[in-house]
Write a protein that binds this ligand. Sequence first.
Ligand code: RAM
Length: 364
Amino acid sequence: MKLRSAGRTIALATATVMLFAACTGGGATQAPGGSTAASTAPGGSTAAGGSAAAAGPITVGYLPKDIVNQYFAAAKTGIDKGAAETGSKIIQVGPNEPKADLQVPFIKDLTTQKVNAIIISADGKDEVAPDLKAAMAAGIKVVGFDSSPAVGAYNVFVNQVDFSGVGVNLADWACELAPNCTGDIAILSAAATATNQNAWIDLMKTTLAGDKYKGLKLVDTVYGDDKPDVSTTQAQGLLTKYPNLKVIVAPTTVGILAAAQVVSQAGKAASVKVTGLGFPNDMKKFVKDGTSPVFGLWSVPDLGYLSYQVAAKLVSGEITGKEGETFTVKGLNKDQPYTIGKDSIVILGPAFRFDSTNVDQFNF
Ligand code: RAM
């Protein structure tokens, strides 16, 4: 799915902003083991076809890539909103840095705790798979979101947007920002093992092979590990190593901010542009100073809210994760049904394109 046109996006922005007003407390980072909402007996059930609101309280382990990245705090606001509707308990756990081997002990611990469901953004799809499979064997429902565990190691993966759509958008924005769609471009990614970034990058490369992009030369892909300091160093390294660089493409909210700061502070906004996936509030000033005229993202709280609802519906038995199953979530997808697709993937959609015409209308 391609990002929506500016006109359509503005209309959707209002809904997003309202959602944020309704469900965020400022997006503060949660400490490991923090919880929300009242805890009651887990394992509520509902008749098949019933809404999640009728599903009763459950206990859900929330395991983001790391607990420092504000992206996952934003997602948690949506998870908390869903939990609050049913009195469910959310147990947030996770590493201080996005490393798959550091996620494994948390999966084991949540399994021992016999939570009803785990919502995970995987730092590496294969590393976490054996323990997620063990959790599933113990009766725990596993919802991958944002960055997918390996197929077979989750019941449903909630994807923010269609992978190939993001790949096309990244290539298109680079083309739009490079003079006459020509010159050197480089990618500043998150962790090298991140399933979501790797999928987007692969599909961006496929897109770049098209005739329209023949003037663009992808000179490097570097990894900032979703850490501000590492991302900053990597962005500085790109500027030094590639004096003719025209665009840095950072498909990570941490990387795009670091790259924009580096380019802006180096006084290079006239010759090097930054694009990718970022929060409007982080990037507004870089839209204005010309460093980052266009970038995109989806509603991160909506992604969390949908992930919670999918977890609740799996626990209640309303869905099993089988391809072709449908379900609705009030307030999302214009109240129309979602359909579980191949590899048990559900796509949130749509994402937004941000530029000078609309970025000020967003507040997240
Ligand atoms: C970072 C993380 C996250 C990704 C966003 C776009 O915050 O890597 O997984 O979805 O960027």
